[in-house]
Design a binder for this molecule. Structure first.
Ligand SMILES: C[S@@+](CC[C@H](N)C(=O)[O-])C[C@H]1O[C@@H](n2cnc3c(N)ncnc32)[C@H](O)[C@@H]1O
Length: 259
């Protein structure tokens, strides 16, 4: 056998029997799960799911399926990332349909890209099923259109949790403040004082409207609306915690009108 044939045979052997579907569960409201995602949950053999996935969506899972909670929250990792990926690789050797269920969209600050890379490298077939991301859905349910011809013609989605891993480059807040009329921040509550300071430095004004939407699209959705000058204190006073989306820009003014 030539070196190429040996390599091909090895590749073939590595190829798993099953397939992993990286499915976006949406932000909370079970009605926002896609039909494709629902269909996969109903026929899955194994489902590995994250903490932010709603109980109503978990209830859609095939009753015969093995359900594994891989949820992780800030400071508490119930299953480490490498372990989760290895688990998916292992399950794909013995099961036909393995669903990796993630909150929102798997490729938007959900580490779906990293997981898919590892699975592809391990020879596992994998497909992504996009979900409705919280950065779009939570503002929508709060009556905040991210673009509106009278208020904003650009939007940036950005992480507020810069220190989470080496792979995340430092956010260029100055460029974002100058280049985007609406800023949507994921994982930004904890770092809000730092973010606000950076945006001031970039030239944003005291009166720039800011909204926080917590548990967006769920029945217990909460909102906090203020300005760059007031929001940090408001968050402290209200003890407003995660998970929340922060929206900054003039579109926030529509909250009072459309909500
Ligand atoms: C690790 S990121 C995952 C984002 C997810 N992949 C998505 O597309 O929505 C977690 C962050 O998403 C935001 N988030 C997720 N679900 C949310 C919800 N229902 N309401 C508000 N923010 C949410 C919060 O900023 C939270 O800290």
């Amino acid at each position: 056998m030539s070196q190429t044939e040996i390599k091909n045979a090895e590749e073939e052997r590595k190829t798993s029997l099953g397939k992993v579907y990286l499915v976006g569960a949406g932000p909370g409201d079970p009605g926002l799960l896609t039909l494709k995602g629902k269909g996969l949950l109903e026929c899955a053999d194994v489902v590995v799911y994250d903490a932010l996935v709603s109980p109503q969506i978990l209830a859609m899972i095939n009753p015969q399926a093995e359900k594994i909670d891989a949820g992780k929250r800030m400071g508490r990792h119930s299953l480490l990332q490498e372990k989760t990926t290895q688990l998916l690789i292992d399950k794909a050797q013995t099961h036909a349909i393995v669903v990796r269920l993630k909150g929102g969209d798997p490729f938007v600050f959900g580490r779906g890209g990293e997981e898919m890379q590892d699975l592809v490298q391990a020879g596992v077939s994998v497909e992504v099923v996009p979900g409705v991301t919280s950065g779009i859905a939570a503002p929508a349910y709060a009556g905040i259109p991210l673009t509106h011809r009278d208020y904003s013609s650009s939007v940036t989605f950005v992480t507020g949790h810069e220190a989470a891993g080496k792979y995340r480059p430092k956010v260029n807040w100055d460029a974002i403040a100058h280049g985007s009329e609406t800023i949507v921040i994921y994982m930004g509550v904890h770092n809000l004082p730092h973010i606000v300071a950076e945006l001031y430095q970039a030239g944003l004004k005291d009166e720039t409207p800011v909204a926080l939407i917590r548990w967006g699209t769920r029945p217990d959705q909460e909102e906090l609306v203020g300005t760059l000058a007031t929001i940090v204190e408001q968050v402290e006073v209200a003890q407003f915690g995660s998970p929340a989306i922060v929206v900054i820009g003039n579109v926030v003014q529509l909250h009072g009108v459309l909500h």
